[in-house]
Design a protein around this ligand. Structure first.
Ligand code: ITT
Length: 197
């Protein structure tokens, strides 16, 4: 089955194609087919935004599309940055700036519990929709470490590890990450529905 990865984030393209490698799901990226789609992410939940993105790319391409909406939810910040993770602090900030802002907003916080959350939606040209969720619990480190990954990876330490996501190898992150878990659950549903053999 050939699937378009419905995202403009090249790090997600890389992770999703690696997670699907070795399954019957073959992936293409928007850039590989010269497709440019912008979907307004105005949903209040990860699930709504994932579905919106998958539908937008499916309409534009006519292909089966999988989209991911994800973010970091931090206990002592009442769940922020949450669905606004990519826009935390406004337009002017990059990944590094957003991570610094997060650390600043958490300075002095004793409770550093956090979780990465991911909703995935697969949309078929005939209108069928299959969705799944994944979550990875952990804590926010006092300072950034590691160069792998993207976003808030340098400050997120998953439970059971003493390294940040940015210090783990790609395969190791994908095994336990919110995205890895959501896509594993999606694959399971596709098999149960008989869509994937
Ligand atoms: P698309 O909407 O085009 O898929 P995006 O980067 O805007 O790309 P989201 O709206 O889902 O994607 O925002 C997700 C943000 O949450 C992302 O930009 C990071 O800041 C953060 N995030 C999600 N997954 C992450 C991960 O695995 N590691 C680090 N940060 C992550």
């Amino acid at each position: 089955m050939n699937i378009l990865i419905a995202t403009n984030n090249k790090h997600k393209v890389r992770e999703i194609s690696q997670i699907f490698a070795g399954t019957d799901l073959e992936t293409v990226s928007p850039s590989q087919i010269n497709l440019s789609v912008e979907v307004e992410e105005d949903g209040n939940t990860f699930a709504e935004n994932a579905l919106k993105k998958a539908r937008g790319f499916c309409e534009a391409s006519g292909l089966i599309c999988v989209a991911d909406d994800s973010g970091l939810t931090v206990e002592c910040l009442s769940g922020e940055p949450g669905v606004y993770s990519a826009r935390y602090g406004g337009e002017g900030l990059d990944d590094k700036g957003r991570t610094q802002l997060l650390l600043k907003n958490m300075s002095g916080a004793k409770n550093r519990r956090a979780a990465f959350v991911c909703s995935v939606a697969m949309v078929f040209p005939d209108g069928r929709v299959v969705t799944a969720e994944g979550r990875c619990e952990g804590r926010i480190a006092l300072s950034p470490s590691g160069n792998n990954g993207f976003g808030y990876d340098p400050v997120f330490v998953p439970d059971g590890y003493d390294k940040t996501f940015a210090e783990l190898g790609e395969d190791e992150k994908n095994k336990i990450s919110h995205r890895g878990r959501a896509l594993e659950a999606l694959e399971k549903k596709l098999s149960e529905l008989g869509i994937l053999k």
